[in-house]
Write a protein that binds this ligand. Structure first.
Ligand code: UDP
Length: 235
C-alpha cells in the first residue's frame, strides 16, 4: 500500500508518551511510537510532530497558581517530550530537528516556518515544542496552527479513543463510530474530541483531522496509507 498523505502533522498527547505509567516517559512506549514514525518516513511521508505535555503537567494543578505561569510550565513539559522523541528517532537513524515556539537556542532551533518546511523537504522529522508559545492555548490548537503554516495534508491526532462515536462506547456496546464528522457539528454539539479553538482553526483553513487510537502504534502507518481507521473531521 502506498501513501495517502504526503505531508502530515502528527499530534501526540503527552499521555501517549507515558504508556501504562500514566506519568512521565515510558521508554519502550516512546520507542514503539518512533518505530512507527520511522516506517511512515520510509514510505516517503514528510512528518511534523506536535506533542503535548500532560504526562508531566496539566495546566493549573494548584487552584491558586497564576494561569499564565502554569501554562508556561506546561509548555516547558512539551519540550521534554519533544527532546525525548528526537532522541528516540535519532537512535533509530531518523534525522530530526526540534523547533520551539519560545526560543531556547542552546537546546533547540527557534520556530521558523520556512526553515521547518525546508527540513521536511530534506526528509527530516520536525518536532514543534512549546505549543503555540502562548498561554491559554492547547497543543491541539498548536497542531492546527502549525499544520496550516506548513501546508500539511492532514493532522493525525492520536487520542485515547479510536474515533468519534454516537454514544460512549465504554457504556454502550452498540455505540457506532462515525467515519466522518464536520467541524461545525463538533462545535455545535460541543463534542470534546478536540477543543473549539483547534476545531475552528481547522475548519477555516480546510485542514482535515484524523482522530485515531495509538493503542496499536502501527495505526500511524495504517493512517498514512489511508486505511479507514478512526474518524475524519472535515468541513
Ligand atoms: N500549553 C500552552 N499553550 C500552548 C500549548 C500548551 O500554554 O499553545 C500548556 C498548557 O498549560 C497545557 C500544557 O501546555 O495544559 C500541555 O499541553 P496539552 O494539555 O495540550 O497537552 P496534552 O493534553 O496533549 O498532553
Amino acid at each position: 500500500m502506498g501513501l495517502q498523505y504526503k505531508r502530515i502533522l502528527l499530534k501526540l498527547s503527552g499521555e501517549a508518551m507515558a504508556g501504562e505509567k500514566h506519568f512521565g516517559l515510558d521508554y519502550p512506549t516512546v520507542q514503539r511510537i518512533c518505530e512507527s514514525i520511522k516506517a511512515c518516513h520510509e514510505l516517503g511521508a514528510e512528518i511534523a510532530i506536535v506533542v503535548g505535555g500532560g504526562n508531566f503537567w496539566r495546566g493549573r494543578q494548584n487552584g491558586s497558581m497564576d494561569r499564565t505561569r502554569a501554562d508556561h510550565i506546561g509548555m516547558l513539559a512539551t519540550v521534554m517530550n519533544s527532546l525525548s522523541l528526537a532522541d528516540a528517532l535519532e537512535s533509530l537513524g531518523v534525522e530530526t530537528r526540534v523547533q520551539t515556539a519560545i526560543p531556547m537556542q542552546s537546546i533547540a532551533e527557534p520556530y521558523i516556518r520556512n526553515k521547518a518546511v525546508r527540513h521536511l523537504e530534506k526528509g527530516r522529522v520536525v518536532i514543534f515544542g512549546c505549543g503555540t508559545g502562548n498561554p491559554f492555548f492547547s497543543t491541539d490548537t498548536a497542531a492546527a496552527l502549525r499544520s496550516a503554516e506548513i501546508g500539511a495534508d492532514i493532522i493525525m491526532m492520536a487520542k485515547m479513543v479510536d474515533g468519534v462515536y454516537d454514544s460512549d462506547p465504554k457504556k454502550n456496546p452498540d455505540a457506532k463510530r462515525f467515519e466522518t464528522v464536520s467541524f461545525s457539528e463538533i462545535l455545535a454539539k460541543e463534542l470534546a474530541v478536540i477543543d473549539s479553538t483547534a476545531a475552528s482553526l481547522c475548519r477555516d483553513n480546510h485542514t482535515p483531522v484524523l482522530i485515531f487510537s495509538l493503542e496499536d502504534p502501527r495505526n500511524i502507518v495504517r493512517a498514512v496509507q489511508g486505511e479507514p481507521i478512526g474518524t475524519i473531521l472535515r468541513e
